[in-house]
Design a protein. Structure first.
Length: 289
């Protein structure tokens, strides 16, 4: 599995810094640890997955500890994207006990969330049962955690859709409603207008009827988003799009329905639940003797 370097995005380290500041407050002090743990105390701690999961965020957790204390020794036991059983050690941290305790909760908050996203993504990929179909995440991410959650989707075998509002055109129903109200013309002209304004970007348009699809195809978008269509209708749409554009199914996709959708011939299926409904995985940091 190829995974991008999450730290290629400069906001990732800054987000970690801000998360630590949130926990430590303006004084920048862990008052409990300052009260009870002497500066010379040393410790070894194991970051353990207490339930089966797909691991994501090992490097992020490591960065949290190192931002608190760059002298900590950190051993990675499991790589991102790896399925593990319960009670698997993911990281081993050695060094100043004060630093380990101060970083503990922030590191866990990141990696628990990321493992949760990776794990639910892997379930959707497996349930689809079709390696030819990309399982896409959406922009339904936790504010300011998008790079972490998008990366975690990749760890689970999913594929990232557009990152944000800036890197691809996606003409959705409300865009079309505004366009038609303003211009009095339909979806095909909307695609053409977007193409003229942003010729170097991919253009995708959302359609919810076969008639709307036929009109949009005249403008030759790069993608069409087939919204809330049952499998028989999806198959018909896929046939119409062959040789013209790629197809994405979306709308209410669940673990129970994704297999049937994946057999219709669509190129991709987008699932908001990969990020907006992923439960965090139970991980813990255990000090060892």
């Amino acid at each position: 599995m190829y995974l991008p370097n999450i730290f290629d995005r400069p906001e990732v380290r800054e987000s970690i810094r801000l998360a630590l500041r949130e926990d430590l407050g303006d004084p920048g002090v862990d008052v409990t640890t300052e009260s009870l743990v002497p500066p010379q105390a040393r410790a070894e701690a194991h970051l353990v997955a207490r339930e089966a999961c797909v691991v994501a965020g090992v490097g992020v957790a490591r960065e949290v500890f190192l931002q608190v204390d760059p002298s900590l020794e950190i051993e990675t036991s499991v790589a991102d994207g790896t399925p593990v059983e319960a009670m698997t050690t993911v990281l081993v941290i050695r060094g100043a006990a004060k630093a380990i305790l101060t970083a503990e909760r922030t590191a866990l908050n990141f990696i628990q969330r990321m493992c949760g996203v990776a794990t639910i993504t892997a379930r959707y990929v497996a349930s689809a049962g079709n390696p030819e179909v990309d399982i896409l995440c959406t922009r339904k991410t936790t504010p300011l955690l998008r790079p972490f959650e998008k990366y975690a989707v990749r760890c689970g075998g999913g594929v990232n859709h557009r990152y944000g509002l800036f890197d691809a055109v996606l003409i959705k129903d409300n865009h079309l409603a505004s366009w038609e109200r303003t211009h009095g013309i339909g979806v095909g002209e909307a695609v053409a207008a977007a193409r003229a304004r942003y010729p170097n970007l991919k253009i995708e348009v959302e359609v919810d009827t076969i008639e709307q699809l036929r009109e949009s195809l005249d403008a030759r978008p790069d993608w069409v988003l087939l919204d809330n269509m049952p499998p028989p209708v999806l198959r018909e749409c896929v046939a119409l799009c062959k040789g013209i554009c790629r197809t994405e199914a979306s709308g209410g996709i669940t673990l129970k329905t994704i297999h049937d959708v994946a057999q219709t011939g669509v190129d991709a299926i987008s699932v908001g639940a990969l990020t907006h409904s992923a439960p965090s995985i139970d991980l813990a940091l255990d000090f060892v003797d």
